[in-house]
Design a protein around this ligand. Structure first.
Ligand code: ADP
Length: 401
């Protein structure tokens, strides 16, 4: 039977499911596990270590031990669940394709992941479906970096530009602003000319994100558009809703809907966006999974992104995405030192703030920039929200930048 027919048959048989496998056992799976309890679904996670965050919630017996990219472990996971979803997209797609051909059901489908795993392929795909993206070009080696004069779209190449590794970048690892060609060559040398993409530097006024979900039946919901604020290219805080013109929010919503439909998504997708002062929006990056910019939804929305994702993956109807307060913020608790500490004193002080909820991922060690937890706070005005963010950051970061 052809691949599509096998997939379709597997799909029909499994419209609604009760047991879900998750590739990855970090904080996203940890938060998904809480939502699974609410929906009375069972999760089994594929993760390399028993001290990974999600294990504390699903229990040792709901773990298949193995690296995220190890498809042999995913085969074992498939024996225990009806469908498999992703906390982490750094998978071996070719090997998972073999599993799909043998009838394993992935939600989202592997074809929805395929255009997203490599930043150059992703840019080409987004451009191909008519979404606005910064000008870009693939950089394959030093000679090409020394001579390239045009972006892929034919426009003249300009500096500053942004150099990125095509695969496996996260939290700004593998992303560098390069001021001129000399710096491009220096950074390329340092990165040993692994496959790279160079992009036009976008002089954005704000970075935004759209978190959206699509069901098996094709229904799409979009969360309120948020502003994400990065420090050293890592997301520090998220403001919901973003303080933007309704026309800009509408563009973001339209981009999210167009993308989820074009890619035949099932589940939550996170879309990072740039907004420039002239009211234009372009896509930075798409993640085929729940996203840091959607964590605020646990307390601030009627249905969290984690519940929404599981609803979609399990074949259930989607839920409401409205905010239940006027506004909300999420502050990431990023490591600022290398240490083994549970930071109990700071966490207690954060938890005592009004309308604040602390999520502590239970990681065994801290290092600079590592996501250790987050705090969500609800408020009724932007001023109240700003005051709460300052209190949270003073407790966690103190005077550190
Ligand atoms: P990662 O995949 O590691 O999260 P991103 O590609 O999202 O990396 O880049 C991290 C940050 O770098 C972005 O949030 C943004 O602040 C900055 N950045 C990335 N691409 C550009 C660009 N083309 N123009 C300006 N800033 C950019």
């Amino acid at each position: 039977m052809a691949l599509l027919e096998v997939t379709a048959a597997a799909e029909r048989d499994r419209q609604t499911v009760k047991t879900i496998g998750v590739i990855g056992g970090g904080q996203l799976a940890w938060m998904m596990a809480e939502a699974a309890t609410k929906l009375d679904l069972s999760l089994v996670v594929q993760t390399p270590k028993l001290d990974d965050p999600a294990v504390a919630r699903v229990g040792d017996r709901a773990v298949v031990l193995g690296a995220v990219g190890d498809a042999a472990t995913t085969r074992l996971l498939a024996d225990r669940v009806e469908v498999i979803t992703f906390e982490n997209e750094f998978v071996d797609l070719a090997a998972l394709g073999e599993l799909a051909r043998s009838g394993v059901c992935f939600r989202p489908h592997l074809v929805s992941l395929e255009p997203l795993l490599d930043k150059y392929v992703q840019r080409c795909f987004l451009q191909g479906i008519g979404l606005p993206v910064p000008a870009f070009a693939a950089i394959d080696d030093r000679t090409q970096a020394s001579t390239i004069t045009q972006w892929d779209n034919g426009d003249p190449l300009t500096f500053p530009a942004v150099l990125k590794t095509r695969r496996h970048g996260y939290d700004g690892q593998g992303t560098r602003v390069v001021a001129d060609r000399a710096e491009l060559l220096t950074v390329g040398d340092r990165w040993h000319w692994q496959p790279l993409i160079l992009e036009a530097f976008v002089p954005f006024e704000r970075e935004l994100a759209a978190v959206a979900a699509r069901s098996v039946q094709g229904e799409v919901v979009v969360y309120p558009i948020v502003e994400t604020q990065q420090v050293n290219q890592v997301c520090r805080r998220v403001i919901a809703p973003a303080p933007i013109d309704p026309a800009v929010a509408q563009q973001c919503q339209a981009i999210a809907r167009r993308l989820l439909e074009a890619i035949d998504a099932i589940g939550v997708f996170g879309i990072e966006l740039f907004a420039t002062a002239d009211g234009r929006v372009s896509v930075n990056e798409v993640a085929p999974r729940t996203h840091n910019s959607g964590h605020f939804s646990i307390e601030a929305c009627r249905v969290s992104q984690f519940e929404q994702h599981l609803r979609a993956v399990a074949g259930l109807p989607l839920g409401a995405t409205d905010l239940i307060s006027s506004c909300a913020a999420m502050v990431n608790l990023l490591g600022f030192e290398s240490a083994v500490s549970d930071y109990r004193e700071q966490r207690d002080r954060l938890a005592a703030l009004p309308r604040a909820t602390v999520h502590w991922y239970g990681k065994t060690s801290a290092s600079p920039g590592r996501k250790l937890g987050h705090v969500t706070v609800l408020a009724e005005s932007p001023q109240e929200l700003q005051g709460a963010i300052e209190q949270i950051e003073a407790i966690w970061y103190g005077d550190r930048p």
